[in-house]
Structures are given as C-alpha cells and as structure tokens.
Design a binder for this molecule. Sequence first.
Ligand SMILES: Cc1ncc(COP(=O)(O)O)c(C=O)c1O
Length: 409
Amino acid sequence: MNINEIRKDFKILADPAYVYFDNAATSQRPEQVLEAMDAFSRTMNANPLRGLYEWSIKATDAYEDARAKTAAFVGADDPSEIVFVRNATEALNLVAFSYGLEFLKEGDEILITVMEHHSNILPWQMVCRKTGAVLKFIEPKEDGTITEEMLKEAVTEKTKLIGMGLVSNVLGVRNPVEKAAELVHKNGGVIVVDGAQSAPHMKTDVKAYGADFFSFSGHKMLGPMGIGGLYARHDLLEKMPPFLSGGEMIEYVKRDSATYAEVPHKFEAGTVNASGAVGLAAAIEYLENIGFDAIEEQEKKVTKIVYEGLKSLPHVHVYGNPDPEKHSGIVTFNIDGCHPHDISSVLDTEHIAIRAGHHCAQPLMEFMQEKLSMEFRATARASMYFYNTEEEAERFVEAVSKVRGWLGF
Ligand SMILES: Cc1ncc(COP(=O)(O)O)c(C=O)c1O
C-alpha cells in the first residue's frame, strides 16, 4: 500500500498541518466516492423504483447494484438481506421496533454489553418498557475483554436477544459475537451485531459471526453521511412487520388496509437515498481494492506508535487491552488533571482532531470511572484509519506530551 498515493485521493488531507484522528466518529471520503455520487446526480437523477423512463430505470439499477455490492461485502446470501437505512442507529431501531416489539414478551431477557454505543442501548430500553422484557448488561474485565465464561454466565434460558458491538467505539476491543450467537441460538433467540466500528476496519462475514442482524454506517467507512445498512436474515425479514410505512413499501393499498412489498422494499418507505447508496458502493469498491489485510497492517503500525507513545508519557492513562494490535485503530486515554474537552481543545490549536467526552457510551464511562478510578466520567480518544501515517502518530504523541504544560501544570 502506497500511503502517499492513497492520500492524494483524499483532498481534505492534503494540508500536512492537519492531523485527523477522529475516524471512529466519521471517516473522510476519497474522490472516487464523491465522483460516483456526482455522476449519479449529473447523469441519472430521478426517483428510483418508480419511474418507467430511462433516467429512473438507470437510477433504480444503480441503487440495486449498490445493494448487491453491499450484500457481497458483508457476506450475505442474497441482496434482499440488505435494507438501506440512514445509519447504524436507524438499523438498530428498525430491529427494535419491528422484531423486538413483535417477538419479545414479558419476562424475556435482552442481554447487551456495558460498552455498547447508546444506539445499541436505547432501542432495547424502549422494547423493555413496552413489552415487559428485562434488559441485562454484561460487564467486561478491566481491559475490556469479555470471555466465553463470562458470556455463559450471563446468558440464561430466558435470553432471547443479544445486542453486541463487534468492536467497541471506546476501547477498540473485538467482542466474542460468535460465542454469543451460539448461546442465544440455543434459546431460539437472535443476536444483533453492531458493526459500525468493525465494518470500516476488517473483513465482514455475517455468516461466520452467526449474526441474525448486522448494522453499519456508510460515513464511517469512506461513504457519505445519510446511508447505512442493516443485514438481516431473509426469513426474519419475511416475518417482521414494517418499521416505517408509506410510499414504495406497499403492494396494494385500500382505504383501510394494505399489503406490503417484498423484502427488502417492505422496510424502505419513501424516496430512498439512491445517490448515498451509490456513494457507499464506491466506498466498498475502494476498500476492497486496497484490501483489508493492507488496511489492518497500516492501522496496526500507526496505532502501535500512538499506544506505546502515550503509555510512555507520565500522567497519561491509556485504557483497554495491553496489546495495541487489539485496538482496531482506537486509543482512549486521559491526562491527570486535564478534562478531556480541554485536551481536545488544546490539541485543536495544533490542528489535531480527536474526540473527547462520553463517546455516546455513558454506561461504559461510569463503569470505567468506578473500576479504573478515572478522574472524569469522560476520556479523550484518538481513532486512526488506514490513510493516517506514522509521522502523524509521532506528531500526535509529541503534542500530547505537552498538553499538561500548555494547560499550566
Ligand atoms: C459502535 C457504534 N454503534 C453505533 C454508532 C452509531 O452510528 P451512527 O451515528 O452513524 O448511527 C456508532 C457511532 O459512533 C458507534 O460507534
């Protein structure tokens, strides 16, 4: 992988003064993605799936080609197992409102980890409020690890749904979704794997995970904002009721009733984000051209420099697994006496962008504060992607080493 050549595809990264280490929040987009979306708008923009004329037919074909590409990318059996949504959050809500409200009942248990993103917590809280199901949490070890034994202990015969991020957006740790799938399937339940932080970094294989549902966001994997995907097993989609209703998701509408379109269109109400889907397909093509082996290799090099560099600094606390290879490009840390917001603002004066705060994972922040005696219920987080360089990592560590001084300690 020639990183200098790759960076030419990302115009926003052209100015070497800027270091973008907030990729877990959203990634940057290469020219190829922007051009694909532009070409859609310039040459075929028409409402897809409706018109019987050339532009609309082209738009429909582009949209459905994007679905086929996305299905192959996640390892689905068939394109109909991909529902296009706005983002991972909407994908998870779709599962909760449709599957959760229809198939879970009082006394059932929903098991999630304490390190879930709020998007994989709040929908289940809603399902529990409405159905009488009970929400349970599994806590990791201090370094973020969840073992098979911990899972076996947490899953009871009442566990009917497990929600688990494959990769944590705070600790970067990969969770044992395969084992969780095996356990919940024994109960006739399902597992919802949140792939928002894994899909950009590693080869996705929903079958190998044993996932019944898998959520992801296009904007975290080089694509545009406003498009994401839900993979769902075809037989589940068939029996699930629609989430949103209105145009495009119907077969026939009478005054007081309706029948629905076939899967996956039953779940795509209203005009779809076709240019977004085309952008996502271009992003997938870009990632596949580089290859996940090369992507992981580059991320590991950069992450190692950041992790080991921060570890060596006095007053800096780095969280998660002691092996930087197990961080999926994410390094979360704190500095004695410095609120994470101040760390981020000070680094911004050096044109270094990181995330600071609770990372939409407040239950994890509470857990970490208690277990690891964190000064604040918040952390700073550097998150790297394959287009980041070793020089950027070194500059970042150097800047962090000065933060305390800059803040007057
Ligand atoms: C693990 C995880 N799940 C879900 C989400 C939600 O993604 P989005 O805001 O694109 O819906 C995020 C976003 O940071 C995330 O990190």
